[in-house]
Design a protein around this ligand. Structure first.
Ligand SMILES: [Zn+2]
Length: 249
């Protein structure tokens, strides 16, 4: 292999070499013209807050120990709590021999609960059973109220029950409603009649996934009749307080 032809190489690239030499020289000239002390001081003024005497600029910029908070405070979304008046706009639901309907009970309880919540500045929207607003409803909570059959199935057909949607974390809403409704009415939970009609409730599948939802069977129309009619203000208070509990109020 031949030795590298240095001289012809320099001649061929003379203009580039002259440019590089001038550029390096120019940089030193500019650096010298602006005093190095002045440069390092201004760098330090930017990067440090303390009195540093070294000329080296720190790599990291010191920041205060204060926690950095979000630049824009996240505004809380408006409350959107909806309550389905069981069977409203569809049918009467269960019917007693004397003509008392489940729809009448559901409607009365819903209106009383809405009024109680309005007094607490909570707007409760009342939905029909198959309300068009259920489709993709993305709210704070959805509660559907129903009452159990008026049939005579013996002395154990008394009590209420709550079933939550499995398409969202509804555990907090279930537990708030169980606690508040049980406390207000003194009724027990009638667990063994929770059916797939409750757990696979049609509205659970219509609303937006992620919206906590429950269905509440407020009691049996035969044995709990007095509580659901004459004393309707008591279960209505339980419903309202279950919602307030969930809202953290
Ligand atoms: Zn019903």
């Amino acid at each position: 292999m031949d030795t590298f032809p240095l001289l012809p190489y320099i001649q061929r690239n003379l203009s580039v070499i002259i440019f590089l030499v001038l550029a390096v020289g120019g940089m030193f000239a500019v650096y010298g013209y602006f005093s190095p002390e002045g440069v390092s001081e201004s760098v330090q003024a930017v990067t440090t807050t303390g009195d540093r005497l070294t000329l080296s600029a720190p790599i990291s910029k010191p920041i205060s120990g204060r926690e950095v908070s979000q630049r824009f405070a996240q505004s809380t979304p408006p409350l959107a709590v909806a309550l389905i008046v069981g069977h409203q706009g569809s049918d009467s639901g269960a019917v007693c021999e004397d003509g008392l309907t489940e729809l009448a009970i559901n409607t009365d309880l819903a209106h009383r609960a809405r009024d109680l919540l309005a007094a607490q500045d909570v707007d409760l929207m009342l939905f029909d059973e198959f309300d068009v607003r259920l489709t993709d409803f993305a709210g704070t909570a959805l509660i559907s109220i129903h009452a159990d059959s008026c049939g005579d199935y013996g002395p154990t057909t008394t009590g209420f029950k709550v079933a939550g949607s499995s398409r969202a974390d509804s555990a907090a809403l279930v537990s708030c409603m169980e606690q508040a409704y049980g406390d207000a009415t003194g009724m027990g939970i009638h667990v063994n009649t929770i059916t797939t009609h409750m757990t696979d409730y049609h509205a659970f599948r219509k609303i937006a996934a992620g919206t906590p939802a429950i269905i509440l069977e407020t009691g049996f129309m035969l044995l709990d009749r007095e509580m659901l009619t004459t004393n309707a203000d008591i279960p209505a208070k339980g419903i309202a307080e279950g919602i307030l509990c969930f809202l953290g109020k």
